[in-house]
Design a protein around this ligand. Structure first.
Ligand SMILES: Nc1nc2c(ncn2[C@@H]2O[C@H](COP(=O)(O)OP(=O)(O)OP(=O)(O)O)[C@@H](O)[C@H]2O)c(=O)[nH]1
Ligand SMILES: [Mg+2]
Length: 356
């Protein structure tokens, strides 16, 4: 039978767009409390829609997003989740590791959400599909929820969008949240600041500088996994793990007081993962007993609050026409070294004061 125009891809796309609009309109009519209740019941569709809302690039969606987040926080369902950040250079095997790690957690009775932070690039459908094929079993598992990273230009940045998505996943009953850093640089600190435990993946033979063995990323790690410890690479991975453990001894003790353990694992073969899971459980227990767990969460919330206020005040000031011109002039002078950043900041803030 010849293909009718009703089946053409163009028509399909138009129909999908229309369906989106209807869903969106319906979502907007739904009260934040009803929506939050659907989340508390673990409704995946309600969760997907909620994350789409907090990732929205439209300023008009912000009040609805904030009302929903408030309703979620009022529901107080976020208590028991453990947020794990997973970082490492591109190609170290993060997505493959997360697939097996997530499946192990599910076998242990957990529900797993996977999120990603990628401030460096606009995600194309290609990379999005790439991640989903790396996690094909997890994606299909009813106890898992896998969400690719938001577009780099999400309003207020991907960091805000992802930390809000964490709250939503927890409200929907996911008690293990895995956040992958995607792309190079920038995202490590952001993910560190939104998670309880930060896992650094290394591979042997990739060069120390590249992997952040030199101070920096290594200092942020709560545990290290030398990945791809399989086949002919197994011995080299063990040696790298030993070298890494010696390098870690040279660092000052971490603020939580626990030693940084180094593991070898193979995400591909699913080996060594249970030892990592047992260690993370141990860290959780130790830190809850010592008070570090709660203290870190409190600091993260306060830091996020302060950063949001700073960003919004600046945004608002810069929206003011006269100040916008001043901002741009000072920016250019700072860029060219014609004025110090400190004097420029004082000058700008004084002008904000006097423009009220
Ligand atoms: N031998 C071996 N190869 C692995 C392992 N894990 C991943 N790989 C391979 O390494 C490549 C990269 O794996 P990914 O899981 O996509 O790595 P990633 O760190 O998520 O990469 P980005 O998302 O691009 O940063 C793929 O070709 C995997 O098949 C492992 O444990 N052992
Ligand atoms: Mg990946």
């Amino acid at each position: 039978m010849p293909q009718t125009s009703a089946n053409s891809p163009k028509r399909d796309a138009a129909r999908n767009r229309a369906a989106d609009r209807i869903r969106r309109a319906a979502a907007q009519r739904q009260s934040p409390d009803d929506w939050a209740n659907e989340l508390f019941e673990g409704d995946r569709d309600a969760l997907s829609r909620a994350i789409t809302l907090v990732e929205s690039r439209s300023l008009a969606d912000r009040p609805a997003a904030e009302a929903l987040l408030e309703a979620v926080i009022r529901g107080d369902r976020n208590g028991d989740a453990v947020r794990v950040g997973i970082t490492g250079i591109p190609g170290v095997g993060k997505s493959t590791f997360i697939e097996e790690f997530g499946l192990s957690l599910i076998r242990g009775g957990h529900r797993v959400a996977v999120l990603a932070v990628d401030p460096s690039s606009q995600r194309s459908r290609g990379s999005l599909l790439g991640d989903k094929t790396r996690m094909e079993h997890l994606v299909r598992n009813p106890q898992a929820f896998v969400r690719p990273s938001p577009a780099a230009d999400a309003l207020g940045g991907v960091n805000r969008a992802t930390s809000e998505a964490i709250l939503l996943c927890e409200a929907a009953g996911y008690d293990r949240i895995l956040v992958e850093t995607v792309g190079v640089g920038q995202s490590e600190t952001a993910v560190r600041e939104m998670t309880d435990i930060f896992l650094l993946l290394l591979i042997s033979g990739a060069g120390d500088d590249l992997q952040g063995i030199k101070r920096g990323i290594m200092e942020m790690a709560d545990a290290v996994v030398v990945n791809k410890a399989d086949g002919p690479g197994a011995d080299a991975a063990r040696r790298t793990a030993q070298e890494c453990a010696s390098a870690l001894h040279l660092l000052p003790p971490a603020p939580h007081g626990s030693p940084i353990e180094v593991f070898t694992a193979s995400g591909l073969e699913g080996r060594g993962l249970d030892a990592v899971i047992a260690h993370l459980d141990q860290l959780e227990q130790t830190w809850k007993e010592s008070g570090w767990w709660q203290r870190q969460r409190t600091e993260q919330r306060l830091e996020r609050f302060e950063r949001q206020v700073r960003e919004r005040l600046l945004e608002r000031a810069v929206q003011h026409t006269a100040l916008k011109a001043l901002w741009e002039r000072l920016q250019s002078q700072v860029a060219h070294g014609q004025i110090s950043p400190y004097s420029a900041a004082s000058f700008f803030v004084n002008n904000v004061d006097s423009s009220k």
